[in-house]
Write a protein that binds this ligand. Structure first.
Ligand code: 0O2
Length: 229
């Protein structure tokens, strides 16, 4: 732990008082776990950045438009554990949740998603725990994305930890829909009314069709370029 974190931990221990040592221990272990998740996110993010740089060099276009990552907020962690009926303990977090560390990879085209997902899966320090293909099988509301849960080893000063990371891969267009739909659902008012749900689903279908057409245009351009060469 860096010196300033150690000092902060000591100050916190003093503030909490000896009689509340178990509370301090819990906080300390929680923060330590979050540091581990944050390092795991960095490892996986770097892997995607490396793939993107190499593929851009060879193909002259970037398959990844952007990458965002986050560590789940304490309230969301507690809320999810409660919904699952699991204990609210630090150990329970890594035992029961797969999405504390999350990375969203926004790709240019649908085939880029499968390409980079496959390349990541082939790396020998990555274990794919689960895949949900909401592109081939969209959710009923129209949501599309390719989800993976992977395990990655992270080397710390005195140990190696296997950490789980949730990866969501989607196109710019899928991300546009999911972000707006998420915001509207979050604000609630009328979001689950049948006519609103139907309209959102219809938008998702238009977007999916446009994604397919854009990929087709790119492939036609690539074919024409090959003919000219
Ligand atoms: P947040 O705030 O984005 O993290 P599991 O984790 O496998 O036990 P879960 O959580 O249903 O079960 O997994 P799933 O289906 O893979 O979905 C996880 C995440 O995908 C969600 O995380 C969202 O980020 C995204 N997602 C799934 N369905 C939808 C959807 O219908 N609309 C939008 N906009 N996003 C969706 P969280 O934890 O719900 O939220």
């Amino acid at each position: 732990m860096p010196e300033n974190n150690l000092q902060e931990a000591e100050a916190l221990r003093e503030f909490i008082g000896e009689e509340n040592e178990s509370f301090f221990e819990t906080l300390h272990r929680y923060r330590e776990l979050m540091v581990r998740y944050s390092c795991a996110v960095r490892e996986v993010r770097t892997k995607f950045e490396v793939l993107n740089e190499e593929l851009t060099y060879h193909a002259g276009r970037n398959p990844i438009e952007s990458i965002v990552s986050r560590i789940k907020e304490p309230m969301s962690i507690a809320g999810k554990l409660k919904r699952m009926g699991k204990p609210l303990t630090v150990a329970s977090i890594s035992e029961n949740l797969n999405d504390v560390a999350g990375i969203r990879v926004i790709c240019s085209f649908i085939d880029d998603i499968y390409r980079v997902a496959e390349m990541l899966s082939r790396q020998d320090d990555i274990t794919v725990v689960a895949v949900k293909d909401y592109i081939k099988k969209p959710k009923l509301n129209g949501y599309r994305s390719y989800h993976m849960i992977v395990e990655v080893p992270v080397f710390f000063s005195d140990s190696k930890k296997i950490m789980r990371v949730e990866i969501q891969l989607r196109t710019v267009a899928m991300d546009f829909w999911a972000s707006l739909e998420h915001n509207m659902k979050y604000k609630k008012t009328g979001a689950d009314r049948p006519e609103i749900a139907a309209e959102l689903k219809s938008c998702a279908e238009v977007i999916a069709a446009t994604d397919a057409r854009m990929q087709n245009v790119r492939m036609r351009i690539e074919a024409l370029e090959k003919e000219i060469r």
